[in-house]
Design a protein around this ligand. Structure first.
Ligand SMILES: Nc1ncnc2c1ncn2[C@@H]1O[C@H](COP(=O)(O)OP(=O)(O)OP(=O)(O)O)[C@@H](O)[C@H]1O
Length: 352
């Protein structure tokens, strides 16, 4: 959907922000750009909608060279979300969301009804539409920013640190929301972040840049974590990259056994067979637990198994009812396998 072909950007002051970048961003996928401060991520993003013009090279969106399109028209056809939401302070939330449809000449009624629909899509109630941006929390403002970018249903969404200014809990909620929306909408998303965990969570592919605007590696998260191209990428991913890889693998394939009926620790269940705690044989200790579903990650399972006095994790179905238990050893073994599998993946992951 978006192709960079040897794109170079040198600002008039002599700074090279992007160095001969060749990169493909597939249709319906999320490409995350990461790297240290000043490595050219924002410049790369802004060249897609011509807020910055490349010095040389070609950028195509949907097969068309962006430089051959009218800049204003191009910008209206691409959603753009930035940190601090960038909302107009003197317009209501609903009017903010309706901005692009109005520019496209939709007519006030249709634009506002589309805006109201989008408020709901991003998880806000109708009342929020009547307020002004400063009357919303930071997280709510970011949701409005996303709604505004989606208003004209553009195929491409550019997101520059959209969740950078909110606390970690709200950030996780906004990420969940984006993943849910993306399942429905399948936009081609280019997402800039400093946060490698966010990149691993959201990206179908992650492009790692280093200073001077050099792309070092572009690969799917699992491949990047298992096989960083060089020390720079490895350092950037951090010492826990092995554990991060486990956050990408689910518990579904790890076997379960029947819960122990006797032994030093047994499970306490409620009347609906939902596990509540581990109880010691002498019944003088109960340790709370977090039951896990098949869709939970191996990282959560490893975490829970370390905390479990029985060395077992309780597994439940979609309704939270006990289905069995899994041992710490089985989780370890599958964690090892997840590593070898990701490490063995071959593919054109390395650039430059
Ligand atoms: N208009 C400009 N004129 C001159 N230099 C610029 C301009 N915009 C950006 N730069 C420089 O280009 C380089 C890349 O900037 P860019 O904003 O793309 O980096 P970034 O990776 O997004 O950084 P950050 O993570 O800090 O936002 C930096 O050295 C920056 O100072």
């Amino acid at each position: 959907m978006i192709q960079f072909d040897t794109v170079h950007k040198r600002f008039p002051n002599g700074t090279t922000a992007v160095h001969d970048l060749s990169l493909e961003m597939p249709e319906g996928g999320v490409t995350v750009l990461v790297g240290s401060s000043g490595c050219g991520k924002t410049t790369t993003l802004r060249m897609i909608n011509r807020m910055v013009e490349p010095t040389s090279g070609t950028i195509r969106v949907g097969g068309k060279d962006v430089l051959e399109q009218d800049a204003a028209e191009l910008r209206r056809s691409i959603g753009y979300v930035i940190q601090q939401s960038g909302l107009f302070p003197h317009r209501t939330v609903l009017d903010n969301i309706a901005t692009v449809p109005l520019l496209l000449g939709w007519g006030r009624r249709k634009a506002r009804s589309r805006a109201a629909e989008l408020l709901e899509t991003v998880g806000l109630n109708a009342d929020a539409g009547k307020r002004y941006p400063h009357q919303l929390s930071g997280g709510q403002q970011q949701r409005v920013g996303v709604a505004r970018a989606l208003a004209a249903d553009p195929p491409v969404l550019l997101m520059d640190e959209p969740f950078g200014a909110v606390d970690p809990v709200v950030r996780t909620q906004l990420q969940d929301e984006l993943l849910r929306l993306q399942k429905e909408l399948s936009k081609t998303i280019v997402f800039v972040t400093h946060d490698i965990d966010e990149a691993v969570r959201l990206g179908d592919q992650i492009a790692v840049f280093r200073t001077g605007g050099h792309l070092v590696q572009c690969a799917a998260p699992a491949e990047l974590l298992a096989r960083p191209a060089d020390d720079f990428v490895a350092d950037f991913l951090g010492a826990e990259r092995g554990l991060k890889l486990l956050s990408l693998t689910t518990l579904a394939d790890v076997p379960q056994a029947a819960a122990p009926q006797d032994g030093p620790w047994t499970l306490v269940l409620d009347e609906a067979r939902k596990p509540l705690a581990w109880r010691s044989r002498s019944k003088d200790a109960e340790v709370p637990l977090r039951p896990l579903k098949d869709g939970d990650s191996l990282l959560s399972a490893l975490n829970e198994s370390v905390a479990s006095p029985a060395g077992l994790v309780a597994r439940v179905d979609g309704d939270g009812r006990l289905t069995g238990v899994t041992s710490r050893e089985d989780i370890h073994e599958h964690a090892g396998r997840a590593h070898s599998a990701a490490g063995a993946t071959t593919g054109a992951g390395v650039a430059a």
